[in-house]
Ligand binder design. Structure first.
Ligand code: NI
Length: 149
C-alpha cells in the first residue's frame, strides 16, 4: 500500500470526487487519482459498497464480494458492473454472464439479477446516487448507503 492511499484514507473525500465541488467554484480540485484496487484494501466487509467518487448525480462504488447475493431488480435504474479483480457471474432470468478483470456489464433497469463470485472478487459499480444494493428484495443483506472510502 503506498503513501498516497494512506494519506487519502485520513481525509474526507476531496470536493472534486464528490462532484459538487466543481459547482461551488471555491476550491481547487484534488490532484490525487483514485486508485480503485488500493481503495479496496481499506475495508474488508463483503457486499458493502463504498463510494469512491460522484459525477453529477451518479456514484462510482467499489465492493468486495464472495458467494451468492440475493436475486433483485432495480425498477428505476440500470446498474453497471466493472470487475477489477477476480471473476463475477451475473445470473439473469435468461442465462448468465461472467466477467473478468476489465470487463463491464450493464444490467438494464427492471431486469432481475443475482451477482455470484466463487472466490472473492473486487468490483466497481456505477449507478445513480441513492440506489439500494438489494433493490426490491430488501432484507438482511441491504447495505448502509452513502459510505465513502
Ligand atoms: Ni443490483
Amino acid at each position: 500500500m503506498n503513501d498516497r492511499v494512506i494519506d487519502a484514507q485520513s481525509q474526507p473525500p476531496a470536493p472534486s470526487q464528490r462532484g459538487a465541488g466543481g459547482r461551488s467554484g471555491a476550491r481547487q480540485p484534488s490532484l490525487q487519482p483514485v486508485n480503485l484496487l488500493a481503495k479496496c484494501e481499506l475495508f474488508d466487509e463483503q457486499w458493502q459498497p463504498r463510494i469512491v467518487a460522484e459525477v453529477n448525480d451518479y456514484q462510482f462504488k467499489i465492493a468486495r464480494v464472495e458467494g451468492e447475493f440475493v436475486w433483485h431488480a432495480h425498477e428505476d435504474t440500470d446498474e453497471a458492473f466493472l470487475v477489477l479483480e477476480g471473476e463475477l457471474r451475473i445470473d439473469l432470468p435468461h442465462g448468465s454472464v461472467t466477467l473478468g478483470p476489465g470487463e463491464l456489464y450493464v444490467v438494464p433497469r427492471g431486469v432481475r439479477h443475482r451477482p455470484v463470485a466463487e472466490r472473492e472478487a473486487k468490483l466497481m459499480l456505477v449507478e445513480p446516487r441513492g440506489v439500494v444494493n438489494t433493490g426490491d428484495a430488501g432484507g438482511e443483506r441491504t447495505a448502509e448507503g452513502d459510505r465513502w472510502v
